[in-house]
Design a binder for this molecule. Structure first.
Ligand code: NDP
Length: 252
């Protein structure tokens, strides 16, 4: 099934008439996903902390002829319950219902042994990588239940399946993401048309990858746009019966 996802060829109108939220939509994989979903017809809510980067994604989508996206500036490190509630109300008022939610935003954090890991960094990273996934999914569930079907996609990592030295809070947060995905999937699978899955992008040429592996030749890894088939598979109807799975966007 994962092989099919990596080789998935989406019809051009896969997401026509669908509304999709992408977090971290101003850079890296999130920007590529936002542009790709819009190119397949989706109205994308571009969520991130940097207005200028989101405007660049907005401009790229409009220039390419995609549906006009919506910008939502939110710093997930400091978002409160009220921020999530306001966001949900605005999305319901603007779009009515929501067909997709890609939790992509994340922090890498310091690369240090856990016994030297600063608590402040731990807490900030957990807020962005874990708490935001919980709070945003919860807040947007009514809008997703209002759609005929909806897909929630969490972003995992290889170090969220096998812990590695010096990956600190990042690795722990990705284990938590896998757990969030499984619990939501189990709860929603039998009670709603909302499916919940994880995707591990694999090594991809972004600023996060370059920061994690400064000695690596960046071009040895695919560009974000090159790993989109699995994202389209999970966001579109081809994955209608897939729930609680953790897929790899790359690999043999
Ligand atoms: P980037 O660092 O390029 O992008 C991360 C995105 O998250 C940016 O848009 C960033 O915003 C956003 N973000 C960070 N902090 C916050 C915050 N407080 N509030 C709102 N948005 C925030 O990384 P990638 O594109 O590489 O990563 C995307 C996802 O893929 C992540 O979940 C990552 O863990 C995962 N991943 C990536 C791999 C890779 O090789 N690239 C491998 C495995 C997993 P801003 O632009 O303002 O900084």
């Amino acid at each position: 099934m994962t092989t099919n996802a990596r080789l998935y060829r989406a019809p051009p109108d896969l997401l026509a008439g669908r509304n999709v939220v992408v977090t971290g939509a101003g850079d890296g994989i999130g920007k590529a996903a936002a542009l790709c979903f819009a190119a397949h017809g989706a109205t994308v809510v571009l969520l991130g902390r940097a207005q200028q980067k989101l405007e660049a994604s907005y401009d790229a989508i409009v220039t390419a002829g995609g549906p006009e996206p919506i910008i939502q500036v939110l710093d997930l490190a400091h978002a409160t319950e009220e921020h999530y509630a306001t966001l949900a109300t605005q999305i319901e008022e603007q779009l009515g219902c929501l067909h997709g939610l890609l939790h992509n935003a994340a922090l890498l954090g310091p690369r240090k042994p856990l016994d030297q890991y600063p608590l402040r960094d731990w807490r900030e990273l957990m807020a962005v990588n874990v708490e935001a996934g919980f709070m945003l999914t919860r807040a947007l569930l009514p809008a997703m239940r209002a759609a005929p079907a909806a897909s929630v996609v969490f972003t995992s990592s290889g170090v969220g399946r096998r812990g590695k030295a010096f990956w600190g809070a990042y690795a722990v947060s990705k284990f938590a993401v896998e757990g969030l995905c499984q619990v939501f999937a189990d709860e929603l699978g039998s009670t709603s048309a909302v499916r919940v899955n994880c995707i591990n992008p694999g090594a991809t040429n972004t600023s996060m990858r370059r920061a994690a592996y400064p000695a690596e030749t960046p071009t040895r890894n695919p560009e974000p746009a090159g790993i989109m088939p699995s994202y389209l598979f999970l966001m579109g109807d081809a994955s209608r019966d897939v729930n609680g799975q953790s897929l790899d966007a790359q690999g043999g």
